[in-house]
Design a protein. Structure first.
Lengths: 616, 195
């Protein structure tokens, strides 16, 4: 089949109905009468009155545009630009797999080489979405096998992926190069075997945090000896041991390898051998960073990183102890991203390490480092832009360790360039967050999780409204916000009033009345994703967003106060939205909608919905 | 409700007389559950009257999906190195006779029947005892579960690891009812309890 389908000179059938986003309203581009527009395209070269670029030139220019948002804007200019854009697009990003169908995508974009798809609502990561909800990749692959047989890249997030799908992918797409699976589920290492065996041109295999059935490490041995193209290999989240011999040979012959993230079973001396074969590595995820039987002195590892001059990202470091951590010091000065979220470091260990890391931009930690560790972050990393602090014991309420508001404040004092923060803690105060906002006015992503639901300012006992108020007032670039603690409607009033750039909002155990949600829906002009759980928002709140939802990607509401009738009313008013209710198995109260998922779509109601998903 | 020391009825291997004090099982007093808003995963129309488990609020392990830590990270932290990483926990519904609403527990959090019962007791503020052939029921409540075949079984007969995948839901029954069920099952064959 022709890898480059030529754009026919006769009319292109523009069959798809496009619902596009604009900040003021949604617009519809309908199917056009082909014959009406024909004259322009066919007689381009001869037409004296035409002031348009020839299609080919326009396409060439547009092919330089990468951002899918920009491309969306381009496609709205006029029919010719719409056509030029669709023919020049190589990568399509689908933020919600049910907002469009594979057939519509294939009809609109004939020359796609790379696809990114996101499936389940984000709260499925926290077990709020039942298994078998959907987001199966297979229907997409079967359409792509016909429309894009030369597909090269597939990146999936929260999709259901079976071994059959992986095998289909491996065998039906002869030019397939890059596979990335994040937070997906439904497959096993057998599926990976198929990929390793059949994809002769594989450059990327990136398997992260999936619900995978790990049946053993044999998949890695399935890479043929002729495969030398690998640039990215990430199997850090797989448990089973792989054959080290196969891995070593693979790494040795793939001279372009840039990213290597191994799993916990790879020992320190094995890692040293691997590194000797790929000094060009840019990103490394280590295995266990300790030795059970100390076979030789630590000094034998001290040169492990001395040849890795391109290393800018380091992760893994499982079980890292003070004895072995210094092995990475030679590489630290160049590191821009250090992921220590699986290393249970104490504050002094972290401080020693960070004193070598002056170029750090991104840092992920476990809260075992404590406030003292965060003080070290503040003093050592002035260029820090992103900080994520994960809880080591999120479910253990007897633990009083971890980090507090004071650690966060210390970081904000030393790192004024902070833009992205994810912070899990057990106590916070309004004053602390106000200080943090003042120190770091450039926040684009602010995700604060006070782990006890509905906890007030622990000093003043007041709600945490003023904390988030200070964030939204000061940080005008804020795009993503996750709130927690005891919060009244006032928080939402602040958010609605001040967050002009907010796109994603996550709310849990917050608010006092419908007003809260209404404030957000009436303000926040750029809101795209709203996810709410366990809040007292009811029907009035849900329906207040009637005119807003089509300009958003999706709304999730669970354990709130919404009735089935209100959902039906919404569905009736807005046929271009899918209003889905996930039924509780119990069916105890059929009049209440326990989990509601609303999203805009051009594909109509789901045809693959399981019995517990009601499309209204 | 009688508060009977359930250790006497606990099925375990060990010398009689070796006990731990299980009385001080704590649950956190998270301030969310004031009268203002409904508790997580609970119907807000619930009435309080004869339900002793209403106040203190749910222990954190039982609030589904909170704190928002991804299953992968959760499993790593709990040191589940050797288990297949399915990601999600085993959530089953728990009903207790007399309670107006159900709860949910993640069975993966527990390593034994003892731990499970401790968690259930903290949740429902009651004492549950395992059935002992010799002594019968020493406490007022008995834990039962519905297995994959739809049969209602008494907790504790099979090893914990065998129980885990076969348990579909839990029901804490009044001991007196259990005896009735056993008797009727004996006379009338397999008995599927209705909700």
């Amino acid at each position: 089949m022709d890898p480059n389908p030529k754009r026919p000179k006769t009319v292109d059938r523009v069959d798809s109905v496009e619902v596009v986003n604009s900040s003021e309203s949604t617009q519809l581009l309908c199917s056009i009468d082909p014959n009406r527009k024909r004259a322009k395209t066919v007689d381009r070269v001869d037409s004296a009155e035409s002031t348009q670029f020839p299609d080919e030139v326009l396409e060439r220019v547009l092919s330089l545009i990468d951002s899918h948002k920009d491309r969306s804007s381009v496609s709205l200019v006029c029919k010719d630009w719409y056509n030029a854009e669709r023919w020049s697009r190589r990568h399509v990003f689908i933020g919600n797999c049910y907002s469009v169908s594979p057939e519509i995508v294939a009809a609109r974009f004939p020359r796609i080489r790379s696809v990114t798809i996101k499936g389940k609502p984000r709260f499925s990561d926290f077990n709020l979405v039942p298994e078998d909800w959907g987001a199966d990749i297979y229907p997409w692959l079967s359409v792509f096998a016909l429309a894009y047989p030369f597909l090269e890249e597939l990146r999936l997030k929260r999709m259901a992926v079976s071994d059959e799908s992986l095998e289909f992918l491996a065998t039906k797409f002869c030019n397939f190069k890059a596979l990335s699976l994040l937070s997906c589920d439904g497959f096993s290492t057998d599926g990976l075997k198929a990929i390793a065996t059949h994809c002769k041109n594989l450059t990327e295999l990136d398997i992260q945090e999936n619900g995978i059935d790990d049946l053993g490490g044999h998949w890695l041995s399935c890479f043929p000896e002729t495969l030398t193209s690998l640039e990215v290999l990430n199997f850090a989240s797989l448990n089973s041991e792989v054959s080290f011999d196969a891995l070593e040979k693979l790494v040795s012959r793939c001279k372009s390898l840039k990213v290597l993230k191994v799993n916990r079973n790879i020992s320190l001396d094995q890692l040293q051998k691997l590194l000797s074969h790929c000094p060009q590595l840019m990103e490394l995820g280590t295995g266990a960073f300790t030795q059970e039987l100390i076979s030789g002195p630590v000094t034998e590892f001290k040169n492990m990183f001395s040849n890795c001059r391109n290393l800018i990202t380091l992760s893994g470091l499982w079980d890292a102890t003070p004895l072995y951590l210094p092995v990475i010091y030679p590489a630290c000065a160049r590191l821009t991203f250090l992921n220590l979220s699986y290393a249970t470091l104490r504050s002094d260990e972290l401080a020693n390490l960070l004193s070598h890391c002056k170029s750090l931009r991104r840092l992920w930690l476990l809260d075992t480092v404590g406030d003292k560790g965060l003080e070290a972050v503040g003093s050592c990393c002035p260029f820090l832009e992103e900080l994520r602090v994960f809880p080591a014991h999120p479910f253990d309420q007897q633990i009083f360790l971890g980090v507090t508001e004071s650690g966060f404040v210390s970081v904000s004092r030393g790192c004024p360039r902070l833009r992205y923060v994810l912070y899990f803690c057990r106590q916070m105060t309004n004053a602390a967050v106000a200080a943090i906002a003042k120190n770091c006015p450039d926040f684009t992503h602010f995700r604060l999780c006070i782990m006890n639901p509905g906890q007030p300012d622990y000093l003043t006992k007041e709600p945490m409204d003023e904390a988030f108020g200070s964030i939204v007032k000061t940080c005008t670039k804020l795009q993503r916000l996750a709130i927690s603690g005891l919060l009244t409607d006032r928080t939402f009033e602040y958010i609605g009033k001040y967050s002009k750039n907010l796109e994603t909002l996550s709310v849990a155990f917050a608010g006092s009345s419908d007003l809260g949600m209404e404030y957000v829906l009436q303000g926040c002009p750029k809101l795209r994703k709203l996810e709410i759980r366990d809040c007292p928002f009811g029907n009035a709140a849900l329906l207040s967003g009637l005119t807003k939802y089509e300009s958003m990607r999706s709304l999730w509401m669970s354990a709130c106060n919404v009735s089935m009738n209100a959902c039906r009313a919404l569905a009736k008013e807005k046929p271009r939205l899918n209003v889905e209710v996930i039924r509780d198995e119990d069916g105890a109260d059929d009049s209440q909608a326990h989990k509601v998922y609303v999203y805009r779509t051009v594909a109509g109601p789901r045809r693959d919905a399981p019995p517990f998903v009601l499309t209204l | 409700m009688e508060l009977i020391n359930f250790e006497a009825t606990e099925l375990r291997l060990g010398l009689p007389g070796s006990t731990e004090d299980h009385r001080d099982v704590k649950s956190t007093n998270s301030p969310v559950n004031s009268n203002k808003r409904s508790s997580p995963e609970m119907d807000s129309s619930v009435s309080d009257e004869n339900d002793p488990s209403r106040s203190p609020p749910p222990t954190k392990a039982q609030v589904v999906g909170w704190p928002p830590v991804r299953s992968y990270r959760k499993n790593i932290l709990q040191g589940k190195k050797s288990e297949p990483e399915r990601g999600s926990g085993i959530y089953v519904k728990v009903s207790m006779d007399g309670a107006p609403y159900l709860r949910k527990v993640d069975l993966k959090v527990y390593k034994s029947y003892g731990e499970l019962l401790k968690g259930l007791q903290a949740m429902f503020k009651c004492i549950i005892g395992l059935y002992s052939e010799r002594e019968g029921y020493k406490s007022e409540y008995a834990p039962t579960y519905e297995d994959k075949d739809g049969d209602w079984m008494l907790l504790g007969d099979v090893p914990w690891d065998m129980f885990l995948p076969s348990c579909k839901r839990l029901r804490i029954m009044k001991s007196s009812e259990v005896i009735e069920l056993t008797v009727s099952a004996f006379f009338f064959g397999r008995n599927k309890t209705t909700k």
